[in-house]
Each structure stands twice: as C-alpha cells, then as structure tokens.
Design a protein around this ligand. Structure first.
Ligand SMILES: *Cc1c(COP(=O)(O)O)cnc(C)c1O
Length: 386
C-alpha cells in the first residue's frame, strides 16, 4: 500500500519539498482533543520544535492546543501564529537574557526552569520589570526510555533538568524570591516512545515526588509530563494516527492528580510526523558492482534524521508501478552519511521519478540546513495545492 499524492500538482514545484496532508493533520488533532477531553484537567500543548512551519502552526492553534517552546525564536513563532500568551510555556537549559525578557514582556504562562542560576536570573530580570514570573521546575526523573540513546533526556547523565534530590531546596529557594512564583513541576523523558511502560514509570516517579512534597506541605498547581509519544515509522499508511487513547489513558490511570491540579502534555512528533512527506526526484540510477543507487535531489540538508539518528523512513516511488528492484537511496551531499536508506525495495526507478520519504512532518523541514550552499526546502500543504 502506498500513500496518495497529487502528482499532477507536483510537476510545477521545484524539488525537493515537504508536502503536508492537512486532512490527516486535522484528523490527528481531532483524535488528540477527543481523547484528552475525556479526562478532567488534561491540557495539551504542541512542541513547536517538531515543525514551526506557519501554515502547520495555524491548524494546531485553531485546534486549541497551547505552544511549548524551547527558544526565544519559538516563542516569537508561537505569538506570530496567534497562540495566546497564556498558553505558551518555555523550557530550555540555556535561556539567554533576551529570551527571558521576551517571555516576561509577553507574560507567557510559565518558564520551565532547569537550574538554580537560571532561577536567579529570571528573578532578577522579572524584578527589573516589576513583574512576577510563573515558573515550573524541570526535574530530571532518572527514568529511562526505550528509545534511541540520542533522544533520551530523563536520565541522570543527561544535561536536562534539576536532580530530584534538589527538588525541595529549589522550591524553598523560589519561595523566598519576590519575582518568581512556583506553579508546577515539569518532566520530559525522551522522544519516539512507544512502550506505555516508560510513561507509567514516569507516573510512578511523579506520585512519589508528590507524596514527598506533601509531607513538606508544598502544593503543586500544574504537572507537566512533556511529550515523547512515538509514531509508527514502518507503517505510515496503515497506522497514520498514533494511539492517543492508550497514551492519555495511561496517565489517567497511573498518575494520581490532586484535586484542582492540571496535567499538561507537550506532544511534538505525534502531532505532525505522519502528515508530512519529503518529495524528491530521482536524478540518476547508478549501477555499482554489488548494488544500484537511486541518487535523488534531496540530501541530509533537507532531512537529517537518517544521518543523525540512523532513523528509518519508509520510501515509496510514487511515479512507478513497475516490478520491485533493490536500491540504496542516496543524496547529492559530499558526505558518506548522506544516505536515506540502504537495500530497500522500490518499484523500478527511473530518472525523474518522484519518491516520497514518509513520516517526515516532525524534525524534518525545521532541521534543514544550508550546508553545501543548498537552498532550504519549501513546505506545501495539500490545501494550498488544491
Ligand atoms: C522535544 C520536546 C518535546 C516534544 O517531544 P516529542 O517527542 O516530539 O513529543 C516536549 N517537551 C520538551 C521539553 C521537549 O524538549
């Protein structure tokens, strides 16, 4: 089974480009809202870093999600896309002064604070403006996720967050500061997580921490469990929508929310990955001694996940129905890592054929670079190509 693409519309577009199926994006957003709204106090944000294309952000904002940002630029992108300031949260280990000031000037909902020095600077900068910044502490829960080592973030060895043993000290410290208000705890254990047991482990850890805090009469308004829900990269056609029911139900069952507490989520990949494909044309078929290469006009400057994380993306030849042959699909960049897939079956591929590199709506276009003086890929939605 292959995806459905408007090939006739592609003819006038310069390749490579990203193509976003907005019908699928809308259906995905509806599924998120349907499942999350079954549970009292669940609030869903979108992690802008997965894809900040303004056309995509508009659909997500219209669906009512908040925005999770990890830089000043993302806060600006969120505001520009019309996300209201009280739905913007800002996390990151290294926030610079202008970025903090931007958040303060726009009265964002919350800063997720990752160290004591950062807490002190936020207090100082808020003081200069006569404001009180809402802050949550990002704790490092030391929970492993069964995912690629480069995308786990919640282990003690990772750079993210504050160690659990320092939790009470930092909350106590914040309570003595005039220009910050402690409102919540923040966690994020990693990405592309498909084992609900990993999220359960996070819930168990949060339950312990809450009990510990209550023994010190510390009340937490908001719990933010980050994102991380994975998608099915193997079967983008059969499983286009992640299992949001299992995901939210896991938290509803395992996390003991206190009365009035809200539970925040920050989903990135699960929202946008499956709606995007990188569309590239075949330049040459090169036959080697052992194998044949399909050399395409997209490279790791357009999609870096295979080179960076050895990520798998399903590739389809959407121009050909000829019998399958085996190819290495490679880009034009002068680096040996510029390979999208090795020894995969494609319909017999010819010069000029369009290939769709699937499930690339997240961490695709946004990670593009100009290395080799290449142009950045464009992104088109199915709506605008109608
Ligand atoms: C990257 C990130 C997310 C989103 O992760 P996904 O795996 O794309 O859902 C959420 N929260 C924070 C703090 C992040 O850094």
């Amino acid at each position: 089974m292959k995806g459905v693409f408007p090939l006739n519309k592609f003819a006038k577009l310069r390749t490579p480009f990203y193509y976003y199926d907005t019908e699928l994006l809308r259906t995905t957003l509806r599924a998120i809202n349907d499942e999350a709204s079954k549970h009292e106090g669940f609030i869903v944000h979108y992690a802008i870093k997965a894809n900040a294309n303004p056309k995509i952000l508009r659909y997500i904002r219209e669906a009512g999600l908040g925005a999770d940002c990890v830089s000043g630029g993302e806060v600006e992108a969120a505001l520009k896309a019309g996300f209201s300031n009280d739905k913007i949260v800002y996390a990151g280990v290294g926030k610079s002064d202008w970025e903090i000031n931007l958040g303060l000037d726009n009265d964002i909902f919350c800063f997720n604070v990752e160290s004591i020095p950062e807490l002190e600077i936020i207090n100082e900068l808020a003081g200069q403006k006569g404001k009180v910044a809402r802050i949550a502490f990002r704790l490092n829960p030391n929970v492993g996720a069964h995912t690629h080592a480069n995308i786990t973030t919640g282990l003690a060895e990772n750079k993210f967050g504050i160690a659990m043993r320092d939790m009470e000290t930092v909350i106590e410290l914040a309570s003595q500061m005039e220009h910050v208000k402690f409102v919540g705890l923040h966690f994020h254990i990693g990405s592309q997580i498909l084992d609900m047991g990993d999220f359960q482990a996070l819930c168990n850890r949060i339950n312990e921490l809450q009990t510990q805090l209550e023994s010190h009469h510390i009340r937490v308004e908001h719990i933010n469990v980050g994102g991380g829900l994975g998608i099915d990269y193997q079967h983008p056609n059969r499983v286009p929508i992640p299992d949001f029911k299992a995901y939210f139900d896991t938290y509803a069952k395992k996390l003991k929310l206190r009365p009035g507490q809200t539970l925040h989520f920050e989903l990135g990949r699960a929202v946008v990955a499956q709606c995007g494909s990188l569309i590239t044309r075949t330049l040459y078929i090169k036959k080697g001694a052992q194998k044949q290469f399909a050399i395409v006009d997209a490279g790791f400057t357009d999609l870096i996940r295979p080179a960076l994380y050895q990520a798998y993306h399903k590739i389809e030849n959407i121009s050909s129905d000829d019998v399958n042959e085996t190819y290495d699909v490679v880009g034009p960049i002068c680096e040996s890592t510029d390979v999208f897939a090795k020894q995969i079956d494609l319909n017999t591929t010819h010069r000029g054929d369009y290939l769709a590199i699937r499930s690339t709506g997240a961490y695709g276009e946004i990670m593009a670079s100009g290395y080799n003086c290449r142009q950045l890929p464009m992104g088109y939605t199915s709506d605008e190509l109608l």
